[in-house]
Structures are given as structure tokens and as C-alpha cells.
Design a protein around this ligand. Structure first.
Ligand SMILES: [Zn+2]
Length: 79
């Protein structure tokens, strides 16, 4: 299978590149060659073949922090 990546979780060569995610938008997946297994839905780095759970968590926290800063700033500016 051309371009397929082997899934570190189930061992199947069913990885497919992820172009965009809700946590990293178009940047996160591109930065770490994010792939998702089409069988078990495990997400992993296509270059290293490792899980991206920690990276997803970090992206979530950064995204949430930015979101709250923007909300706080807009509330403060509109008073
Ligand atoms: Zn899998």
C-alpha cells in the first residue's frame, strides 16, 4: 500500500495522513506527520511511528490557554 504507515498499536499498515484536527488545526498534524490508523483509530507520528497522545495533550492545553486569554482580553477590552 503506497504511503501507508504501520500502526504502532495494532501493527496493521493502515495509517492514513491526517491533514487537519480540532486540536492542532492545520498546523499540528503537519508539524509531526500525524497519521491515524483506519482500523483502531490510533493516532501516531508517521515519521517516528510513535504515539502522539502527549503531543495532543500539550496542543490541547496550549489551545485552551490561548482561548481563555483571548476571551479574557475581549472581556477586559469591552468594559
Ligand atoms: Zn491500529
Amino acid at each position: 500500500m503506497r504511503g501507508a504507515q504501520r500502526c504502532p498499536a495494532c501493527g496493521e499498515a493502515a495509517g492514513k495522513r491526517v491533514r487537519i484536527t480540532w486540536w492542532g488545526l492545520g498546523v499540528g498534524p503537519e508539524l509531526m506527520s500525524l497519521s491515524r490508523c483506519q482500523i483502531c483509530r490510533h493516532q501516531f507520528n508517521a515519521k517516528t511511528g510513535r504515539s502522539v497522545k502527549c503531543t495532543v495533550l500539550v496542543c490541547n492545553m496550549v489551545g485552551a490557554a490561548v482561548f481563555f486569554v483571548v476571551i479574557a482580553a475581549s472581556i477586559l477590552l469591552h468594559r
